[in-house]
Design a protein around this ligand. Structure first.
Ligand code: AMP
Length: 366
């Protein structure tokens, strides 16, 4: 079967690495000439909305999927007229607008921080009056990794926050005092079967994910998986989705979902029976889903901005190195490391050693 992918970054690359053993073939459409997935399939170099390139992708593919959520509706519409596109455009539309997304959480009975739409400074003052301080002001669309976001701690900061990101549709959210950030990666097949991976516990630095640990049998796992299941079923979703949540001392508040394979699911490559990448492909290709249960315990560390020496890392037991073939640049995700162990205590020791090797303080990664 032939899979067309919008985007040729590391997520597309890891999809191809998971799909080749199943005999799948790939084409990637990406605007950068050196997209890191290109060596793993048919390279289509061009803009995401270039009609000729989209037609080439549709000519190639039996099914089309994507590695990022900001795909314009016109693009999915053009492709869908020729070839099945999964996940469905409706799920993308929800994920592209934080206000619509949080409204859906509410409708589905999934707890989320109180929120207001903000289209003017007057709206912002009114929202602050109702939500109180601190509040988080975000762009409704195209924000990621903490970009397009301002924490407002007092009335004096309203004007500067508006100046920083205002002039476009915004959302104001009540500030959530969470104890930790978690996510659930889940997959739904074409015929509606849903499987959820165990919970992942996530740490961010400067808004970018740095560490994800699998937390099988976590106390809040059932509630998080139930929320993911409701979302997937409602959206008539096909493929992998990641739901990010705040844990507030055992009470969950949904933050957002990503309609794609997700960085907080990279641990599944070594830490689950079938990885998120393979299960995404199985789902979109109409194949039976694989088991999502955990194998041992794993911790994933993103390599951001610069590469550590690889050989010493490979000499450590059960450390797996994933390099994306991208040029190093500050703030850029260029690879990740996964540490595996049979039990939590061994994992903590091994992960501390990995952190030492890459020049991080083990204490700062939990
Ligand atoms: P987001 O772009 O929504 O994923 O937000 C990026 C990060 O900002 C999250 O991972 C949280 O650490 C933090 N954050 C987002 N929304 C809130 C909120 N309502 N209250 C507290 N922290 C938040």
């Amino acid at each position: 079967m032939r899979v067309g992918v919008l985007g040729g970054g590391q997520l597309a690359r890891m999809m191809a690495l998971a799909g080749h053993p199943l005999g799948l073939e790939f084409a990637f459409l990406d605007p950068s000439a050196d997209a890191c997935a290109f060596p793993l399939g048919h390279a289509l170099h061009g803009a995401y909305d270039d009609p000729a390139k989209l037609d080439e992708l549709a000519d190639f593919a039996d099914v089309v999927t994507f590695e990022f959520e900001n795909v314009p509706a016109a693009v999915t519409d053009r492709l869908s007229a020729r070839v099945p596109v999964y996940p469905p455009g409706g799920a993308l539309a929800v994920a592209q607008d934080r206000f619509v997304e949080k409204t859906l959480f509410r409708e589905l009975g999934i707890d989320t921080a109180d929120f207001r739409a903000v289209d003017s400074e007057v709206d912002l003052a009114a929202a602050a009056e109702e939500l109180g301080y601190p509040l988080v002001l975000k762009t409704r669309s195209e924000g990621y990794d903490g970009k397009g976001q301002q924490v407002v701690r007092s009335a004096e900061q309203l004007a500067s926050a508006w100046q920083a990101i205002g002039g476009r549709p915004l959302i104001a959210e009540a500030f959530v005092s969470f104890t930790r950030e978690v996510s659930v990666v889940a997959v739904r097949s074409r015929d509606g079967e849903v499987h959820c991976y165990p919970l992942a516990e996530n740490q961010h630095e400067d808004g970018i994910l740095t560490v994800s640990r699998s937390q099988p049998a976590d106390l809040i796992e059932g509630a998080a998986q139930d929320a993911a299941q409701r979302l997937l079923t409602h959206l008539e979703y096909v493929g992998v989705l990641a739901l990010e949540l705040f844990d507030c001392g055992g009470e969950l508040q949904a933050n957002e979902f990503a309609p794609r394979v997700h960085n907080s699911g990279h641990w599944t490559i070594e830490g689950a029976t079938v990885s998120q990448f393979e299960n995404h492909l199985r789902a979109v290709c109409g194949l039976p889903l694989g088991a999502t249960d955990a194998r041992g315990r794993v911790a994933m560390l993103n390599l951001i901005g610069q590469l550590p020496p690889v050989a010493p890392l490979l000499s450590l037991p059960d450390v797996h190195v994933h390099l994306y073939g991208k040029r190093a640049r500050p703030g850029r995700k260029i690879g990740h490391l996964t540490t595996w162990a049979e039990d939590e205590a061994t994992l903590a020791d091994r992960f501390a050693e990995v952190c030492t090797h890459v020049g991080r303080e083990p204490a700062s990664v939990g």
